[in-house]
Design a protein. Structure first.
Length: 142
């Protein structure tokens, strides 16, 4: 039976040059991965946070070679979660207790990078995924 708590946990790690070197997206209630823990890391590893934030969700979805709606939704969930976390980490959004992305902690790595741990209200990601409209499960395109 699915759990009622749909909040997810996001951990984002940047190096000293603000390049993404790691992230994980897991379910708060059970600690299971959302799809894969770091579904987009191979694609984004080493890209700067600023570069990742310039990516457009619609264009990203169109460029994906994904035919399965479930895989597409999971990929886009990671896309929007990482972008949301980066906005908080870089001070573009507050990450307060009432915000969609709520900061649990911000720290540094031993090499001078940054680490964000935050909770994400899944309904916010779902709204963003619906807005992109590429999958049959939640949008109208196709």
């Amino acid at each position: 039976m699915p759990c009622n708590d749909v909040t997810e946990l996001l951990r984002v790690v940047l190096d000293a040059e603000d390049s993404l070197v790691g992230y994980e997206l897991i379910k708060r209630s059970c600690g299971r991965a959302v799809g894969e823990r770091s579904l987009l890391l191979d694609r984004w590893n080493g890209h700067t946070a600023a570069a990742i934030l310039t990516l457009d969700g619609d264009e990203f979805a169109e460029a994906l070679d994904v035919s399965d709606d479930t895989e597409l939704v999971l990929t886009m969930k990671h896309f929007f979660a990482v972008q949301s976390g980066l906005r908080v980490l870089l001070g573009q959004e507050s990450g307060g207790a009432l915000d969609p992305v709520r900061v649990a902690s911000i720290g540094t790595t031993h090499t001078g990078g940054l680490v964000l741990e935050a909770e994400i209200a899944i309904d916010v990601l779902t709204e963003k995924i619906q807005a992109c409209g590429r999958c049959r499960g939640c949008g109208v395109k196709r």
